[in-house]
Design a protein around this ligand. Structure first.
Ligand code: HSE
Length: 291
C-alpha cells in the first residue's frame, strides 16, 4: 500500500492565467492506493459527499486509467471542493504519484504532471496543469505547452474561503475570448514582476505582479464581497490580492509578520458585505510527498 499527500494550490496568481501556480503549505489531500483487478474509489473528509466515486468521473480514477494502474483508491479530502484551492488537482496529483510508484512506472516530473492534468480534465472540462504542477512539484510553477518550470519560493500568504460556490466550469465560461494590446502589455509586465518577485522572495514585487485586469475582474464578479475583502486586506498590509484559481477563494500576498492580520481582514471584509468566510495564514509549500 502506498500513501501520498498532495497540497492545496493556488493557480493563476492574477497575471498568469492557466500558467502560474503555487503549492500552499496546507490543507492537503491524502490518497492511499492498493493494487486491484479493477479500480474502485472511496472518499472521506472535506466535502466528500460532493465527490463522485465512479472511477470514470473521479480525477483519481481517470489517472488510474491513464497509467493502466487499476487499484483500490482511498481519498481523504483535506481540500474543500469548488474552493479555488485546487481540490480536484490535489487528488489527481496524489493519485498520480502514488499509482506511478505502486506500478513502478518510471515517469519524469513533466510526465507525472501531464497524467495528473488528464485527471483534472475529467472534472473541469479542460486539461490545464497550473494546479497539478505545484501539487506535484511544490513551490512556484510555470506551465506551458512545451514544459514545466519550478522554483522554490519563500513567500507568506493568506487564503480566504467565502461561503459561496463557484464551479471551475462556470468560472471558465466568463473568461474573455480576446484582449486589447494595452491589456496584454499590462499583463506581461505584471507576470514578469511576479516571476522576479518569486525568485527573490520579495512580497512587494509578487503583490504588484498579481494585479491583472483581464481575467480577474470577470472572475471577481462571481464572488460577492470580493472588493470589500480586497480593500480590507490591503488596509491590513496585503501587498496584492487576487482570486485564487477559478474562485471563490481569495489569495493575499503579504509580509510574514502581517499574515494573521491580513487573514482576519479578509474575513471582516466579506462579513461587512454580508458573506460568511473563513481565512488562514499560509505560505508557499512543498509538493506531493509519500506519507
Ligand atoms: N487556471 C484554472 C482557471 C485553474 O483559472 O480556470 C482552475 O483552478
Amino acid at each position: 500500500m502506498i500513501s501520498v499527500r498532495a497540497p492545496a494550490t493556488s493557480a493563476n496568481l492574477g497575471s498568469g492565467f492557466d500558467v502560474f501556480g503555487v503549492a500552499l503549505d496546507r490543507p492537503a489531500d491524502v490518497v492511499r492506493v492498493e493494487r486491484a483487478d479493477e479500480t474502485t474509489i472511496d472518499v472521506t473528509g472535506a466535502g466528500a459527499q460532493y465527490i463522485p466515486e465512479d472511477p470514470g468521473k473521479n480525477t483519481a480514477g481517470v489517472v488510474a486509467r491513464e497509467l493502466d494502474a487499476p487499484a483500490h483508491i482511498h481519498i481523504d479530502k483535506g481540500v474543500r471542493p469548488s474552493s479555488g484551492l485546487g481540490s480536484s488537482a490535489a487528488s489527481a496529483a496524489a493519485a498520480t504519484v502514488a499509482l506511478a510508484d505502486l506500478y513502478d512506472r518510471d515517469l519524469t516530473d513533466e510526465a507525472l504532471v501531464r497524467v495528473a492534468a488528464e485527471g483534472e480534465a475529467a472534472v473541469s472540462g479542460d486539461a490545464h496543469a497550473d494546479n497539478v504542477a505545484p501539487a506535484i512539484l511544490g513551490g512556484f510553477t510555470i506551465v506551458r505547452e512545451d514544459g514545466v518550470e519550478c522554483v522554490d519560493a519563500d513567500l507568506a500568504l493568506a487564503v480566504c474561503l467565502p461561503d459561496i460556490v463557484v464551479s471551475t466550469r462556470d468560472a471558465r465560461g466568463v473568461v474573455p475570448e480576446s484582449a486589447a494590446m494595452a491589456d496584454l502589455v499590462d499583463t506581461v509586465g505584471s507576470a514578469a514582476t511576479l516571476t522576479l518577485g518569486m525568485c527573490r522572495g520579495d512580497p512587494e514585487q509578487v503583490g504588484r505582479g498579481v494585479e491583472e485586469h483581464l481575467v480577474t475582474p470577470a472572475r471577481a464578479a462571481l464572488v460577492d464581497g470580493y472588493d470589500a475583502a480586497c480593500d480590507a486586506a490591503r488596509a491590513a498590509g496585503a501587498t496584492g490580492v487576487t482570486v485564487s484559481g477559478s474562485g471563490p477563494g481569495v489569495l493575499a500576498v503579504c509580509r510574514r509578520a502581517d499574515r494573521k492580520q491580513v487573514a482576519a481582514a479578509l474575513v471582516d471584509g466579506f462579513e461587512d458585505a454580508g458573506v460568511d468566510a473563513t481565512a488562514y495564514p499560509t505560505e508557499v509549500g512543498d509538493g506531493a510527498t509519500f506519507v
